[in-house]
Design a binder for this molecule. Structure first.
Ligand SMILES: [Zn+2]
Length: 315
């Protein structure tokens, strides 16, 4: 697909929803910059050889370490010979999660402390092991950060969906990856070893997007966004409402993130979706704690939340 300023979009399939992910080829003086690489399905290199159709890739940039963006980075690097750039914080999380065979157990144990039943966490350990071969990140990439430039594009940190999420901006075009999506609200979850307030980060990142005033955003999923500033305002409002709803279901007795996720997202979710539902519930609960609209209790290794106890001193 051809976009303004000679930008090209390449779409590759995903085995899970939303079924596709977009990468972008940004034209530059020294060749193309490829943004994101899709997931590392076994035939990824063949898919990319066909999709690139001889285009000279000068560099590969990974916006964040989620499987559908970083998964085929090593395949595409090998195919094109191009160096890979990735955010410094993002790469450290990439190694922590995908370079560590113990991670599925670590994350499962963490979910148990938030009340998730063991049959769900066991399933998560199994699916983590299934996913791992599809993530072939490039070791030792060139590390970049907010404010750096890549062939005329400025990198903009947008923590929230991922702590180390980086977008690119030039000529009022924002390559937003999963920071800004058109129809879906990007997931914003609390995870073990993540920054402490991902939802607060996300809302700040949306405010920064509004200040940057892009006129077009190119997301990782779905169609280009013609009014990115309006979309950023919508997402801020969406989370304001979700925070109010989350606050409204808190009670005087402690309830875990898992229990509260049943109220917020319904009881009928498969393990993989429940994982995101609990993480998203927790990002809202932690924001409410910081805004002094909820209280966190930790007892016998379990974490739970209550309504704000008025008149009681919060320590
Ligand atoms: Zn994505």
């Amino acid at each position: 697909m051809e976009l303004p300023f000679g930008i090209r979009r390449i779409t590759t399939p995903l085995p899970t929803r939303p079924g596709h992910v977009h990468s972008y080829l940004l034209p530059g003086e020294s060749g193309w910059t490829l943004v994101d690489t899709g997931i590392g399905l076994p035939d990824a290199q063949d898919v990319w050889a066909t999709a690139l159709d001889g285009a000279e890739v000068a560099r590969i940039f990974v916006t964040h370490f989620h499987p559908d963006h970083v998964g085929a980075a090593a395949d595409v690097a090998e195919l094109t010979g191009a160096p890979v750039s990735q955010g410094e914080l993002d790469y450290s999380q990439c190694e922590l999660v995908w370079g560590n065979p113990e991670w599925p157990r670590r994350i499962a144990g963490w979910f148990v402390t938030h009340g998730v039943p063991s049959e769900i966490t066991e399933e998560l350990i199994g699916s983590g092991d299934v996913y791992r071969p599809l993530i072939r990140y490039q070791p030792d990439p060139e590390l970049v950060d907010d404010g750096d430039r890549l062939d005329g594009w400025e990198l903009v940190a947008a923590p929230g969906h991922a702590d180390g999420q980086l977008c690119l901006i030039k000529d009022r075009v924002l390559v937003s990856a999963d920071h800004l999506l058109g129809r879906i609200s990007p997931t914003v979850g609390l995870w073990p070893e993540s920054r402490p307030d991902p939802l607060g980060d996300f809302i700040e990142s949306l405010r920064r997007t509004i200040e940057l005033a892009p006129e077009l955003a190119l997301p990782g999923h779905g169609e280009p966004i013609g009014n990115p500033v309006g979309r950023a305002y919508e997402l801020i409002e969406h989370h304001r409402e979700r925070l109010a709803f989350t606050e409204s279901i808190l009670e005087d007795h402690p309830r875990t993130g898992y229990e509260l996720s049943l109220d917020l997202f319904g009881a009928e979710l498969k393990a993989a979706s429940r994982r995101f539902a609990v993480a998203e519930t927790l990002s809202h609960l932690e924001r409410l704690v910081l805004e002094e609209r909820a209280e966190r209790r930790e007892d016998l290794g379990m974490v739970a939340y209550t309504a704000r106890q008025l008149g009681r001193r919060a320590f």
